[in-house]
Design a protein around this ligand. Structure first.
Ligand code: SAM
Length: 216
C-alpha cells in the first residue's frame, strides 16, 4: 500500500507550489482531500501522478495542477458560493469545498453523479451534486460568486454569465475536442459589464449540452 499522505504532500509541493501557485489556502485544501478516494478502483496507486486519469463513464479526473490553476484563477474565497460544471469524480468539488462556503456540482453522467455523491457524504457537507446539463448553469441556486467548468465548451454561454453575481468570475475552457483549447476567465464587473482574459492553452474533454457540443 503506497504512503498516500507522503505522495499527497509531494504532489502539493512539486506539482502545485513549485509551479507558482502558492496560496496557503489552496495548498491546504489539496492537503485535506485524499485524491486516492476519487479515482477508479485499481488506479489508486497513480492518484498523485502529474496528469489526468481515466474515471468511470469514459471521463477523466483532471490533473491536480489544472484544478489548482482554475481555483486560483476563479479567486475563490471563504464566503463564496461556487458552481462547478462537470463534477466527474467529485475531486475538484471536494477541494473547492475546503475553500468556499458552498459548492453546487453539476454532472451529466448519472453514474458519476452517484459515485461522486457517495464520496461527498459525511465528509464534504457543503457540496451538493445534481445531474443535469451544466451548459445551462443551475438557475435555482444562482447567483454564484464563481463558476468553473471542467470540460471544454463551444462558446461561453450567456446564461452562465447571467448566473454570475456582480464581481463574479467564470473560468472555462473553450475550443474543440482533441485540440488545444483556450482557458478563459470572464469577470462580471459590479456594473454588469464583462471582461474576458485568455489564460492559455489547455486540453479538456468536451462540454456536451444545449449550449455546448453535441454528443457523438
Ligand atoms: N472536475 C472533475 C473531477 O474533479 O473529476 C473533472 C471531470 S472531467 C474532466 C469533465 C466532466 O464534465 C465529465 O465527467 C463529463 O461527463 C462532464 N460534462 C460534460 N458536459 C457536461 C455538461 N453539459 N454538464 C455537466 N457535466 C458535463
Amino acid at each position: 500500500m503506497p504512503d498516500f499522505a507522503k505522495l499527497r504532500e509531494r504532489m502539493v509541493r512539486r506539482q502545485i507550489e513549485a509551479r507558482g501557485l502558492n496560496s496557503p489556502t489552496i495548498l491546504d485544501a489539496f492537503r485535506n482531500v485524499p485524491r486516492e478516494d476519487f479515482v477508479s478502483a485499481g488506479s489508486a496507486s497513480a492518484a498523485y501522478e502529474d496528469h489526468p486519469l481515466p474515471i468511470e463513464a469514459g471521463q477523466t479526473i483532471s490533473q491536480p495542477y489544472m484544478v489548482a490553476l482554475m481555483i486560483a484563477a476563479a479567486e475563490i474565497g471563504p464566503n463564496d458560493r461556487v458552481l462547478e460544471i462537470g463534477t466527474g469524480s467529485g475531486y475538484a468539488a471536494a477541494v473547492i469545498s475546503r475553500i468556499a462556503a458552498e459548492v453546487i456540482g453539476i454532472e451529466r453522467q448519472p453514474r458519476l453523479v452517484k459515485v461522486a455523491r457517495e464520496r461527498m457524504r459525511a465528509r464534504f457537507k457543503n457540496v451538493a451534486i445534481f445531474e443535469g446539463d451544466g451548459t445551462l448553469g443551475w438557475p435555482d441556486a444562482a447567483p454564484f460568486d464563481a463558476i468553473i467548468a471542467a470540460a471544454s465548451g463551444s462558446h461561453v454561454p450567456q446564461v452562465l454569465i447571467d448566473q454570475l453575481a456582480p464581481g463574479g468570475r467564470l473560468v472555462m475552457p473553450v475550443g474543440g475536442p482533441g485540440r488545444v483549447q483556450d482557458l478563459l476567465k470572464i469577470t462580471k464587473r459590479v456594473d454588469g459589464t464583462v471582461v474576458q482574459e485568455n489564460l492559455g492553452g489547455v486540453r479538456f474533454v468536451p462540454l456536451i449540452g444545449e449550449e455546448g457540443w453535441q454528443e457523438g
